[in-house]
Design a protein around this ligand. Sequence first.
Ligand SMILES: [Zn+2]
Ligand SMILES: [Zn+2]
Length: 182
Amino acid sequence: MRKHTITAVWEEIPDDADDLVLVRGGFRLYLCLCGTHLADRAAAELHAAETNQCTTCLGSATEEIVPGFSQECTACAGTGRRKAQLTWELAYVEAETMITVDLVRTVIAPFTEPFQLSLVADTVRSTLGLPVGRLPVGPRVRDVLRQLEAAGELTLVSAPDELLRGTTVVLYRDPYWQHASE
Ligand SMILES: [Zn+2]
Ligand SMILES: [Zn+2]
């Protein structure tokens, strides 16, 4: 069996590089051990899918977000496999259906102090009676809270845990929000 280990190699990154392009797979060369020509990120993702590997980490199980900063791939639960990625995607869709924006609003309504992502996720989990690990509750709750933040209902009060590229590419692990009216 041929190996399809896909390696991403960083190219020179200009100082004024577009951060979104950078974190989404730009400024890299993609090479597969089998010798298939991979022209860009899209070609690399397609080749990963064809060879049953995760299209986010391309089978490596880790994501290098900026040069020198990697984290375990969340899309495939750190397995590198396409099957795990698809299972996760289905579970996320189920979580989206169960954990509505209104449900999260109801859960956070009584909070008068800043509240942490993990606390909201735990409360949602116990409200719905979901065992830990049954659904990606944390990622779904995070997305809803970010949505409420974008809509102006919430304010993010935490400082980022990591500054990956100046102050534009940052990482929050378990941030706090508060109601915007307070
Ligand atoms: Zn290959
Ligand atoms: Zn992955």
